[in-house]
Write a protein that binds this ligand. Structure first.
Ligand code: SF4
Length: 367
């Protein structure tokens, strides 16, 4: 038959130039990539590689590791060699580590010019070393470490200040004909952050790395990042994203992927369409939705599963989905592609849905 049209997005992607972060392309027509950062001591190579493996399994595209000390810089070569996904070294203060990371074979280096004193003098050599090794860079401007001159000029880390800093630093590299970098202008306030990225997007075709810094614990951080990234991605702005949470990094990846899936920037995988429940519910929808979600976790096929508390909207939604249940009278009507295939007692709803999901998944994989 006809190949299915890709699902619609809210806006075409902004045309940015493309760079390479190891095997992952960032910018241009490359899909928006998801990043996270390890929380282990980088010099503890085995633990760090273990966490990178977990992030890879969760769907992370690119991983960043902190590099605060010499022993961390020394560990980069082994990490870069054994990681399944491209590794970015995160360097704040020591220009020496930038060269170490490039020589260690890191896919990219994140530099924070605001934190590297005499940065301007180093640019030429950094650009040359990066060119020689095919390493890309991220110019990472942060509200918390904004250049002192700009802080004085603007009084605080305004969107204008963040953008002026980024554009200035970009120009230093461009003067040396180095263009393989992306830019971030992070702030903890989603409003400031969104304004900064919008302004920056007007100033050049650099690929942009989106991030809200210090977004907070999982609940708040998820919402702050989702709102901010949503505002930008819905206008086509953003080439790679990192959700910052005070939570295990695998959670950051899950949230990042879910944001992209919500906007049709990634193929939707398992999607649970469950109702919020209300006074009409004839079943404990929360528990049912949780059990179905847990039972189907990790399914790699795009499957919409509806879990509805009653038969008012229940059958309608359940029909729209690949699979669904509408509950009532202690029973569950199980729908597959719009047809009631059976009615089971409430106690058998979860296992029946999981069974049917597995069956549908198999037919999807073989077609
Ligand atoms: Fe309420 Fe039924 Fe709608 Fe769920 S499906 S929210 S129980 S009316």
């Amino acid at each position: 038959g006809m190949p299915a049209l890709p699902p619609p997005t809210l806006a075409p992607r902004r045309k940015t130039r493309q760079i390479k972060v190891g095997k992952v392309l960032v910018g241009g027509d490359a899909r928006v990539s998801v990043q996270s950062m390890t929380t282990t001591k980088t010099h503890d190579v085995n633990t760090t590689l273990q966490q990178i493996a977990e992030l890879t399994a969760a769907g992370c595209d690119i991983v960043r590791v902190a590099c605060p000390r010499q022993e961390d810089a020394d560990a980069l070569a082994e990490i870069a060699q054994h990681s399944q996904i491209p590794v970015i070294a995160d360097i704040h203060f020591q220009p020496g580590y930038v060269f170490a990371a490039i020589e260690a074979g890191c896919a990219a280096v994140r530099v924070n010019p605001g934190n590297i004193r005499k940065f301007d003098d180093q640019v030429k050599e950094i650009a040359q070393a990066a060119k020689d090794h095919g390493t890309s860079l991220r110019i990472g401007v942060n509200a918390g470490s904004l250049d002192k001159r700009l802080l004085e000029k603007y009084g605080k880390a305004t969107p204008e200040a963040l953008v002026e800093s980024a554009v200035w630093e970009a120009s230093l590299f461009e003067e040396h004909d180095f263009h393989d970098f992306k830019i971030s202008v992070k702030h903890n306030d989603p409003v400031v952050m969104v304004q900064a990225y919008e302004m920056l997007a007007e100033r050049g075709d650099w690929p942009l790395h989106l991030g809200v810094t210090e977004a907070g614990p999982a609940f708040q951080g998820t919402i702050k990042s989702s709102v901010a990234f949503g505002a930008l991605l819905s206008k086509g702005i953003g080439d790679t994203i990192r959700v910052s949470l005070s939570a295990p990094p695998v959670e950051e990846v899950k949230v990042g992927l879910q944001i992209l899936q919500s906007l049709n920037l990634r193929e939707r995988k398992l999607e649970i369409v469950s109702c919020p429940s209300c006074g009409r519910a004839q079943v404990d929808v929360y528990t049912l939705a949780e059990q179905v979600t847990a039972g189907l976790e990790g399914m790699e096929v795009p499957l919409r599963v509806a879990v509805m508390g009653c038969v008012v909207n229940g059958p309608g939604e359940a029909r729209e989905a690949d699979l669904g249940v509408a509950s009532g009278n202690g029973k569950g009507q199980i729908f597959v592609k719009g047809e009631v295939i059976k009615t089971v007692p409430e106690s058998a709803i979860v296992e029946t849905l999981i069974e049917e999901a597995m069956r549908i998944a198999e037919t999807m994989e073989t077609t």
